[in-house]
Design a protein around this ligand. Sequence first.
Ligand SMILES: [Fe+2]
Length: 249
Amino acid sequence: MIGKLKNLFAGNSERLNFSVLGTDMHSHLIPGIDDGAKNLDHSLALLETLKGMGYQKVVTTPHINWEHYPNTAEKILTGLSEVQEAAKARALDIEIKAAAEYFLDEHFEQLLEQKALLPIHQNWVLVEFSFFGAHPRAEEWLFKMQTFGYRPILAHPERYLYYREDWSKYSRLLDLGCTFQLNLLSICGYYGNEVRKNAEWLLKKGVIQLLGTDLHHERHVESLQNGLANSNLLQDLLKKDSWLNTELV
Ligand SMILES: [Fe+2]
């Protein structure tokens, strides 16, 4: 696995440079607990790839979604320790931390009320909506997060096509205190043309502050590689030095 991923980047080192971001703050690299890395070797291979892409730090974010991935902070942090130890044993020189990607539902509300959320950094917490429609109480929960001292980062707003190019919807989320995190894979076209167009529209609006890989597996690595080779927009984004990623140190 590691050899295969390394080869994907052979000969492209000049173009494959995400180092301006410093930290990747959205990925699924704790083995076996969601739809990301399947086992420890897979996790290490993906981390080695991120290192090769120029990242110095990874805050990996397993799903906490009570219907599909009923993970707990304890389970995530236990997995993190295993990954950190294995990375150290292999002399993999990248800082690894963990938080979570919280699906907004009633279980999330319970964790919020217990003040038991795992933040990306300080009080910043990564949250996501369903791809079929936001929960009717989503706005209430976003507001409540801030009353409990958290700052919501909305994962991949460009992928919620039910809001596609609807400024009233997105500005409402910004008014509710959300910071928007775009998936680099959206620019690469991994999720299709409609998501790519919506991502470009949000970027033109100037409301994206964080970029994440949302890396799950090697197909995502291949798409990032293709994007870097073929997308001028992605290259331009990686020349900016104003991304909030750089504050996640
Ligand atoms: Fe994710």
